[in-house]
Design a protein around this ligand. Structure first.
Ligand SMILES: NC(=O)c1ccc[n+]([C@@H]2O[C@H](COP(=O)([O-])OP(=O)(O)OC[C@H]3O[C@@H](n4cnc5c(N)ncnc54)[C@H](O)[C@@H]3O)[C@@H](O)[C@H]2O)c1
Length: 263
């Protein structure tokens, strides 16, 4: 068996930027990459939390502020990360937000907020990384999409639309960068126990007129493996997609949902 075929065994010494890595799914991805010997820069809107999360992984890791909605911020933060680490060859574009509302009541501001962070943020960070990878001749991108990128979700139609867009971008960019050997894939998590979910449970309970416990029970009942997903459940897939073990995969959006029905 070649070294590349052993999942994650080729990651030691690589350098990654993980956006939205101060907590939640991005935090678990950053920790899993670090455990495989990757030097990680956690880039997050919450710069203090990013620094604390990086320090918890070890002294070789760092945290930096970024607002993925803004080109100047993305360029400055990713350039600073490249300078500090001596380049990078992995981008996990994971930062994302959600709001919940009925489509008929949705405001322009809610639509723009979801698209600015989830879609424009992936575009900007991926573009800056792609330019870097094309100049160095290697690199891999893993975007965080969602179960809602495969199936439109009620009360989250705007969020679903922003995440469907992430998969379209992932496919197109993957095909453009394939001749250079640069791979672009996406992870699609289900009902994951994070701060985002906690906020959604509160909104959904109010909008549906049921208890937060009933909302959570509904999520679990939709999940054949029978529990809420944990951020760590996604980390293994992210490691695989960064590793040479997935070297012949690009343009894919892989579900890691405990079996929730998707197309
Ligand atoms: N929790 C779920 O059930 C779930 C399911 C599917 C997909 N996702 C996706 O996973 C990703 C991570 O979600 P999570 O549940 O860990 O959320 P979270 O709210 O726990 O963490 C998100 C992180 O992103 C950061 N962030 C927000 N806006 C930012 C910006 N403009 N620039 C930089 N950083 C920003 C936040 O500060 C935070 O640290 C998101 O893209 C989300 O859409 C989550």
């Amino acid at each position: 068996m070649t070294e590349q075929a052993l999942i994650g065994s080729d990651l030691k010494g690589r350098k990654a930027i993980v956006t939205g890595g101060a907590r939640g799914i991005g935090g678990a991805i950053a920790a899993a990459l670090a455990a495989h010997g990757v030097t990680v820069t956690i880039a997050d809107l919450d710069a203090e939390a990013a620094k604390a999360a990086a320090a918890a992984l070890g002294p070789e890791h760092s945290g930096i502020g970024i607002d993925v909605r803004k080109r100047e911020s993305v360029e400055a933060a990713m350039e600073a990360a490249a300078e500090a680490m001596g380049g990078y060859d992995i981008l996990c574009a994971n930062a994302g937000v959600s709001t919940m509302n009925r489509a008929v009541d949705l405001t322009d501001e809610e639509w723009d907020f979801n698209f600015d962070v989830n879609t424009r943020g992936v575009f900007l960070t991926n573009q800056v990384a792609a330019r870097h990878f094309l100049s160095t001749g290697k690199g891999v991108i893993v975007n965080t999409a969602s179960l809602a990128a495969k199936v439109g979700a009620p009360l989250l139609a705007h969020y679903s639309a922003s995440k469907f867009a992430v998969l379209g971008w992932t496919q197109g960019l993957a095909r453009e960068l394939a001749p250079a050997g640069i791979r672009v894939n996406a992870v699609c998590p289900g009902f994951v126990r994070t701060g985002m979910q906690e906020r959604e449970v509160g909104w959904e309970a109010e909008l549906r007129g049921i208890s937060p416990e009933a909302v959570i029970a509904d999520y679990v009942s939709q999940t054949p493996l029978g529990r809420l997903e944990e951020p760590e459940d996604i980390a293994g897939l992210a490691v695989f997609l960064c590793s040479g073990a997935s070297g012949f995969m690009t343009g894919q959006g892989i579900n890691v949902t405990g079996g929730v029905y998707t197309t």
